[in-house]
Ligand binder design. Structure first.
Ligand SMILES: [Zn+2]
Length: 133
């Protein structure tokens, strides 16, 4: 099963994670993700550990071209390679969580993505889930 996603690059980091949508983002490209599968089960010892899942993010040639165009527009200073910039954009797109509680959080889930480019148009992503307590 494939799921369509829109990859976006976060341009500013003025807000805490739960309000990250209020920062400025650039649309990078569309992509599809494979069905995710569990790579680490939730830990019994640590209540905040919700386990990890992995999935692939795959771009078409046209989507890769769109991503490169966005990269040149928003990351044009050459400080970061296209691969590292794409890894980070995918991490930013798949990380997050609805929690905006800086204090007294109720235990909302947060997601931390770690992306690596595995082929020219394919990225392997591990998403770790944790709960705020
Ligand atoms: Zn919360």
């Amino acid at each position: 099963m494939k799921t369509a996603i829109s990859i976006e690059s976060r341009l500013t980091t003025r807000y805490v994670q739960g309000y990250a949508h209020l920062d400025d983002w650039a649309q990078v490209c569309n992509a599809r993700t494979s069905k995710s599968y569990v790579v680490a089960a939730p830990s019994d010892e640590e209540a905040s550990d919700g386990g990890s899942t992995a999935r692939l993010v795959v771009l078409t040639p046209a989507e890769l071209q769109a991503a490169r165009t966005t990269y040149r527009r928003v990351a044009g200073n050459g400080q970061v390679s296209f691969t590292n910039w794409m890894n980070r954009a995918i991490e930013e797109t798949l990380s997050g969580g609805g929690c905006g509680h800086e204090y007294d959080c109720c235990g909302c889930a947060s997601y931390y993505a770690d992306a690596h480019r595995t082929k020219p148009r394919e990225f392997s992503v591990v998403v770790r889930r944790s709960y705020n307590y």
